[in-house]
Design a binder for this molecule. Structure first.
Ligand code: TNX
Length: 528
């Protein structure tokens, strides 16, 4: 607490010295800011006039910070006014807002509920200046703000190591505060299947049990029940976040194949059950049934991510499968890429019939997919040609290249426990995340087909929640600013100053970030 207050004083003093007169301690940095003189003080009661959803968002924000009592007030008695004005859509878009803070009142306007929600997140960060004193102290200012990208995402791999509902909710809280709006939930992969499917209970009874190690005395399945999924989806929705489920196919399907081996398409010597059968009608039935259930649990997602990565690493047995032989003969398909393409196309059409888009990792046979049915996720950072071809082909693309968007890699050259690639450590440093996507040629980063950016936390090397937090933070803050703030407003030095205010707040929320100023020691498997 003392430290937090001290931090703020430093910033306020710096502000007074006019060194950063236009800087507010807000991440992501708003597009337009004018700092005024003086502060708004709420006293012990914050009288708010807003629609019920926005009021609930204000209450949550204030409660999380130990602020004043929030009271819903009629227009003429309130000092805080948050109003939706649809006419503002032209200026502010779907998620923008404007905010005016004077000594007497706070006024926020947006064209949508989402915009007002983001006004509240900005206010929340501004109110930290009060230092949790039981009232809101907000510096006078004018803010006009809207995002650079529509897709501002984070992917969590639950298969390799399971985070669980509490950790996910804490993550969603952090994302909402940072104006991130897509949670890509990687629920199935080789290690385990983490979502309950009513019609195929063995997927979790068997598939959610991580293959035991010698250290395990008892092995229990770890997964999300249908009720937990619905609860998390609603929790995210209240925070402006869509949850996009990923059910990976036809590769990375080992967990499904442990549960229902009759649908396996075999694999390589080292990964013998890596794929699903890409041509069996029974397998298509199986997958369609699963996806129909999943779609029902994610009614607003708008997208089912079907994975689809690295299929060629495990398709060695396909030529021996009778269904594949039949398919190739029947459709005149010449090679296994053609078989993969057939599978993906068929699944994309099925997802379309559910009224959703299909998401795919890029790099395998996606040319066969109609661009209006599929959104592609670009992850091979050296494959600029592949990205250009996809954009020119009219596919919407989310940029999440291994460098700098894979958070399983270490964030500082002193970190030794990060993921390896090509046999060595790579580092996705805070500045490199911050600089993205402007580190790409502008013909790519500025292409109209780019939906946005996201970071991916793969968890093969992240066994504990402490380690997952350490890898995620504070890089998630850099990613959030890169996703929201226009290139011309990005400034790494200014970001670092604001980061100093956010780090103690993360700790108060129970998250232990890496501290780039103190160079805190690396959280490894054992926490040593
Ligand atoms: C590649 S990215 C993968 C994942 C791994 C990750 C580790 C992608 C689509 N496939 O299965 O977890 O590398 O960094």
């Amino acid at each position: 607490m003392l430290r937090r207050v001290a931090c703020f004083f430093l910033i306020l003093i710096a502000t007074a010295a006019a060194a950063v007169a236009s800087e507010l301690p807000v991440i992501p940095r708003p597009t337009h800011v004018k700092v005024g003189r003086g502060v708004f003080r709420s006293g012990p009661d914050l009288k708010v006039n807003a629609d019920p959803a926005t009021l609930a968002a204000v209450k949550r924000a204030v409660e999380a910070d130990g602020g004043p009592r929030v009271a819903s007030s009629p227009r003429n008695r309130a000092r805080v006014h948050l109003a939706i004005e649809i006419d503002l859509a032209d200026q502010l878009g779907e998620e923008g807002y404007q905010l005016s803070v004077t000594r007497g009142a706070i006024e926020a306007r947006a064209a949508t509920e989402a915009g007002l929600f983001y006004a509240v997140q900005t206010l929340r960060q501004l109110s930290w200046a009060g230092g949790g004193s039981g009232e809101w102290v907000v510096p006078c200012c004018e803010v006009r703000d809207k995002p650079r990208f529509a897709w501002r995402g984070f992917m969590l791999d639950e298969s390799r190591n399971f985070s669980g509902p509490d950790a996910v909710k804490r993550l969603l809280d952090a994302m909402a505060l940072l104006k991130l709006n897509r949670f890509h939930w990687h629920l199935t992969d080789d290690t385990a299947w983490r979502i309950e499917i009513r019609q195929f209970p063995r997927l979790t009874e068997v598939g959610a049990v991580t293959p035991p190690t010698l250290a395990d005395l008892v092995v229990r399945p770890k997964f999300y029940t249908r009720a937990q999924v619905r609860d998390i989806v609603a929790y995210a929705r209240d925070r402006g976040i869509l949850v996009i489920p990923e059910i990976n196919m036809p590769g990375h399907a080992d967990a499904s194949n442990r549960a229902y081996p009759e649908h396996s398409g075999g694999g390589s010597r080292t990964r013998p059950a890596f794929t699903l059968n890409p041509a069996s009608e029974a397998t298509f039935q199986y997958l369609n049934t699963i996806l129909r259930e999943v779609a029902g649990m994610f009614p607003d997602a708008g997208m089912l991510h079907l994975g689809g990565d690295e299929v060629s690493e495990g398709w060695q047995k396909w030529p021996e499968l009778p269904e594949v032989k039949d398919l190739m003969a029947r459709e005149g398909i010449k090679d296994l890429t053609g078989v993969e393409a057939y599978f993906k196309r068929r699944m994309a059409f099925f997802v379309d019939s559910l009224g959703m888009k299909a998401g795919f990792w890029m790099g395998g046979a996606e040319q066969s997919l109609p661009p209006e049915l599929a959104t592609l996720f670009w992850w091979r950072h050296t494959a600029h040609k592949e990205l250009r071809a996809a954009l020119d082909g009219g596919y919407p693309v989310v940029l999440c290249p291994r460098l700098p968007c894979y958070f399983d890699f270490g964030q500082d050259s002193s970190h030794m426990a990060g993921a390896r690639w090509l046999g060595r450590l790579f580092f996705n440093t805070l500045p490199s995340v911050y600089a993205f996507p402007d580190s790409l040629p502008s013909s790519l980063s500025g292409h109209a087909g780019v939906l946005g950016i996201q970071a991916n936390l793969w968890t093969e090397t992240a066994f504990t929640q402490e380690r997952r937090d350490f890898l995620t933070f504070p890089r998630l803050l850099a990613l959030a600013e890169a996703a929201w703030t226009p290139a011309a407003r990005k400034d790494y030095a200014a970001f670092e100053e604001r980061l100093r205010v956010h780090l103690p707040r993360l700790r108060e929320a129970g998250i232990a970030p890496w501290d780039p100023f103190e160079k805190t020691p690396e959280a490894t498997r054992t926490g040593q």
